[in-house]
Design a protein around this ligand. Structure first.
Ligand code: ATP
Ligand code: MG
Length: 307
């Protein structure tokens, strides 16, 4: 059973006469990693600033664990840990001193909890080093640790991997996946780096000009998704398989490294396999390529230029 962590209801933001956010409506579940993606200026940061109370809501609601950010700000915000813009750290203090400093400002954070978050982001070895000597990636990790101190049920990260090297991105990805699965935290990550979102998220929502223009599950392939995919079948005899595909299904195939390869909709695969099996072709393996988030993104925003 999934449980709603956060709900946006017709959320709008107007600055002057300009409507920047035009009525967002969606939910994020506990344990879900949600990628909030869109081109530069789409409204990601503005939405996040409203979610965490850094900016007033013009119209609509953000509801966190049943509490409205507008009418019950204190209770709602207790459930949130966030990094919006660069996390504030004191460079002359060590990572541990920084965490202790933040812990003092929030009641109920124990020394055990501090050690726990340090472990969660893999900072054990660097926690006694002054933050001024940290690399960008280490600083980001410490920022995440700090945002997690009070055990929020929602973690919101605006462009968390900005400026990180591939290894740094991989680390952050690992911690985020672990948080969602082990602590059942709902994680919202904004980015315009699509490939990284694809690896990290369960679902993405795409925003453009202040409007959500689509949602996509990243890992599961939707049953009604009839986009064209690369399909490769390992079958014996392969020439007979190729003939049958041409005759019965009108599909032209190529032979690639022993596989019969072609393009078709995924929904077509069961019929093709049935044909082969009925004709006593031995089917060893069927591979269907994933539609990449990047393809879906460009399909949806209908342009090839993103930030
Ligand atoms: N204080 C402000 N006054 C006027 N316009 C603003 C203000 N803040 C943001 N905007 C406008 O709102 C729109 C959305 O900006 P926002 O920063 O939310 O985009 P974003 O999706 O986070 O982009 P990026 O990927 O570049 O971070 C932009 O057109 C921006 O110019
Ligand atoms: Mg932004």
């Amino acid at each position: 059973m999934s449980e709603t962590a956060m709900e946006l209801k017709q959320l709008k933001k107007k600055i002057g006469s300009k409507e920047i956010i035009k009525g967002l409506d969606f939910e994020i579940q506990k344990g879900e990693v949600f990628g909030f993606i869109g081109p530069n200026g789409a409204g990601k940061t503005t939405t996040i600033r409203m979610m965490v109370g850094l900016m007033g809501i013009t119209e609509g609601e953000v509801v966190i664990q049943g509490q409205s950010v507008k009418s019950n700000f204190k209770k709602a915000i207790q459930e949130v840990g966030a990094i919006v813009e660069n996390p504030e750290m004191y460079p002359f203090m060590t990572g541990m001193q920084n965490l202790k400093h933040f812990a003092r400002m929030t009641p109920g954070i124990t020394r055990e909890r501090i050690d726990e978050v340090v472990g969660l982001v893999g900072m054990e070895n660097a926690i006694k080093t002054k933050v001024g000597r940290y690399s960008l990636g280490m600083r980001q990790r410490l920022g995440i640790a700090q945002a997690l101190l009070h055990k929020p049920s929602i973690l919101i990260l605006d462009e968390p991997t900005n400026g990180l090297d591939p290894a740094g991105i991989r680390h952050i990805r690992k911690y985020i996946r672990r948080l969602a699965s082990e602590e059942n935290v709902a994680v919202i990550i904004s980015s315009h780096l699509l490939t990284e979102i694809e690896l990290m998220c369960d679902r993405i929502g795409i925003i453009k000009n202040g409007e959500m223009i689509g949602f996509e599950s990243v890992n599961e392939q939707d049953a009604d998704d009839d986009g064209s995919r690369q399909i490769a079948i390992e079958a014996e005899p392969s020439d007979k398989a190729a003939e049958l595909l041409k005759e019965r299904h009108g599909i032209d195939v190529e032979m690639k490294e022993g596989f019969v390869a072609f393009e078709a909709s995924k929904t077509f695969v069961p019929q093709i396999v049935t044909t082969l099996v009925n004709e006593e072709v031995l089917v060893y393996r069927v591979e269907v390529s994933k539609a990449s988030v990047e393809d879906k993104f460009f399909d949806m925003i209908g342009e090839n230029v993103i930030g």
